[in-house]
Write a protein that binds this ligand. Structure first.
Ligand SMILES: [Zn+2]
Length: 354
């Protein structure tokens, strides 16, 4: 099955005037064309703008109108302008389309380039995100295509508090967020031990990791938390928010992953999807911050290759920091995983027996 790269040049309008620049999407596509442009396993698919009905799958009408008036309540991180709002609708449209391309069977996987909104909720913008492309993708599949089980793995360095808020009460969505401990990074310590609410209790979980945590700890968490849960939950599709800002040279986070580690995350997701849901994965590749613009395109490419099982040379663009250890944080990750398993044992058989 081929993989759709959901991309539009118009995404360049999603430029927030800070570390999230509008040239990042084209930077990735240049590298993609150089490395994989002649590979018939991929097809570029152009998304359209989300309609009012698409946005209302997740967002309130009052919020949509406020965004259209460009009245930001988070102006430092998430400034609004007509260009940015237009691009946010394109990002939302890309998320919805990526889901439909996989659901229809036209593609085995679809990767929305530049997406992966984590912090926006149903009625607020926050942390670079305006309309929840991840939320709209999942709600569309549930409301309009009847899906009943969707697993969202958020491997971004930041905790996915906005995604959590959207699905906290929905037992159809299993949300797993692995990230740098929010006591040490945005969005902060208010988001520490969410478990879901009401009928969704037990269906949302967090694995906070130490700054500096490397590839091996991430691998441990994926093997001991993500894989058993995926096997038990049996999602009909996996949505992955990619983890390119977990790289050790990221400008705004302090995790310790390498490009091989970012590849490994996507590779694990691909293998799980192959076993559980006919290989169906919808991915969002959008995080990663680097003033020279050379790191995150490689991170996104590593993720694309891991998701599709392509072997590729992944030369690190920056030297390793002095004293770097890929096994840093393993012991703490084990503790975090054990704590999580104990907390969630009442909800999941795979944890009750361990
Ligand atoms: Zn992030």
């Amino acid at each position: 099955m081929r993989t759709a790269i959901v991309y539009s040049q118009k995404m360049r309008e999603y430029d927030l005037g800070h570390v999230l620049t509008g040239d990042r999407y084209e930077s990735f596509m240049r590298l993609f064309w150089e490395k994989l442009g002649d590979n018939p396993a991929f097809e570029i698919v152009e998304p359209g703008y989300a309609t009012e009905a698409d946005l209302k799958l997740v967002h309130t009408e009052e919020y949509i109108r406020r965004v259209e008036r460009c009245e930001s309540q988070d102006p430092h991180d998430t400034p609004l302008s007509p260009r940015v709002v237009r691009a946010a609708k394109l990002m939302a449209g890309a998320g919805k389309l990526a889901g439909e391309l996989v659901q229809s069977g036209a593609f085995g996987k679809a990767i929305a380039i530049g997406g992966g909104v984590q912090h926006a909720g149903r009625n607020y913008e926050r942390g670079f995100g305006i309309f929840s492309d991840v939320g709209i993708c999942a709600e569309n599949l549930m409301q309009n295509y009847g899906l009943e089980r969707i697993l969202i793995l958020d491997a971004d360095a930041h905790a996915g508090d906005g995604i959590y808020s959207i699905f906290a009460r929905d037992p159809r969505v299993l949300f797993i967020s692995i990230h740098q401990d929010p006591h040490t990074l945005y969005p902060g310590p208010g988001y520490t031990n969410p478990m879901g609410e009401g009928e969704g209790r037990g269906c949302s979980m967090n694995v906070p990791l130490l700054p500096g945590t490397g590839d091996l700890a991430y691998e441990y968490v994926l093997d001991s938390v993500f894989i058993p849960l995926a096997e038990e939950f049996r999602p009909q599709v996996i949505i992955m928010v990619d983890g390119s800002d977990t790289h050790f040279m990221d400008q705004i986070t302090q995790m310790g992953l390498t490009l091989k580690g970012i590849y490994m995350i996507a590779d694990k997701v691909r293998r799980a999807a192959d076993r559980i849901c006919q290989g169906k994965v919808i991915a969002f590749a959008g995080s990663g911050y680097d003033p020279k613009g050379i790191l995150f395109p490689r991170g996104w490419l590593a993720s694309v290759c891991g998701l599709t099982g392509l072997e590729i040379e992944l030369d690190e663009p920056y030297p390793f920091p002095q004293g770097y250890r890929s096994d840093y944080g393993v012991l703490e990750a084990r503790k975090a995983a054990e704590t999580l398993k104990a907390n969630f044992a009442p909800y999941w058989r795979c944890f009750a027996s361990s």
